[in-house]
Design a binder for this molecule. Sequence first.
Ligand code: AHG
Ligand code: MN
Ligand code: MN
Length: 321
Amino acid sequence: MTRPSLDAHIAALDVDDGLESVLTVVARTCAEISRVVAGGALVGAMGASGRMNVQDEEQKKLDVITDDMLTQALLACPAIAGVASEEKDKAQIASNPGGAYLALFDPLDGSSNIDINAPVGTIVSVLKSPSATPVEADFLQPGRRQVAALYAVYGPQTMLVLTTGAGVKGFTLAQDGQWFLTHDAIAISPETREFAINVSNQRHWAEGVQRYVEGLLKGADGPRGKNFNMRWVAAMVADVHRILMRGGVFIYPWDSREPNKPGKLRLMYEGNPMALLVEQAGGKATTDGVQPILDVQPEQLHQRIPVALGSANEIDALAAA
Ligand code: AHG
Ligand code: MN
Ligand code: MN
């Protein structure tokens, strides 16, 4: 059986040439990033960069390297009007006007995993640009308007998981640098016995999340009447990938420590693209069990958002807790 390549899949999509070229550039750059990630210490990709990002997080060398790779590749693509990155304070506008698309990205998700050789990823969101010479406000569109969302996960296999609003497909990177379709019609089962939340923050959560997780932890002896298992990769890409493969629920909730920065994850680079992928796979993606992430009107490029996503029945159970 010959497997369709990602290039063939992109060429067959019902989208314009501009979006096809954006997706092609992102896929090629993710394949290049996977080589740098795999090279590790041999290519000088380990450790801290000595710089801080806009969120006051210490940037790893690989955060900076991957941000530069994606930024340069996308700004060189004529279909791109501008880019925004988790690692840069401000959006960057393409010097050649006329591009129709905006790309927003987390160039390296899970960067605390680099030095322990655990999975990391890249997350990309694509929007139409309202203007050929966009300003920052043009990026602040609700996630529902995304024309594409994808992530690459650099794990035992390198995979790219893509939606353009008509389902979710997964591609695996071959030795020759090409992506081939390996996971057609990815669907999240509504039922699960697996959850992911950083329990070390438990004392800071709101009461609803406290009650919900307490029910999970009581297992067969509690209100849920069944046992649950727990996983936490510390890379949202890898946790969401597990949920797309075998179901589950992932929560990074509102936390009382910094009320002005609700949650840890970023709406534009993590929340929105992952929410589109999860909804397209039949799961639910909310801020709190109820409000869809994709309907949130963004107010700032780097704003944070609480995230609760995954198997539909568990998101409903959280909403009812
Ligand atoms: P990033 O490496 O892009 O800053 O993102 C890390 C995020 C997310 O991927 C992950 O789920 C979460 O941070 C892990 O947070 P903890 O430190 O609470 O484990
Ligand atoms: Mn991230
Ligand atoms: Mn990151």
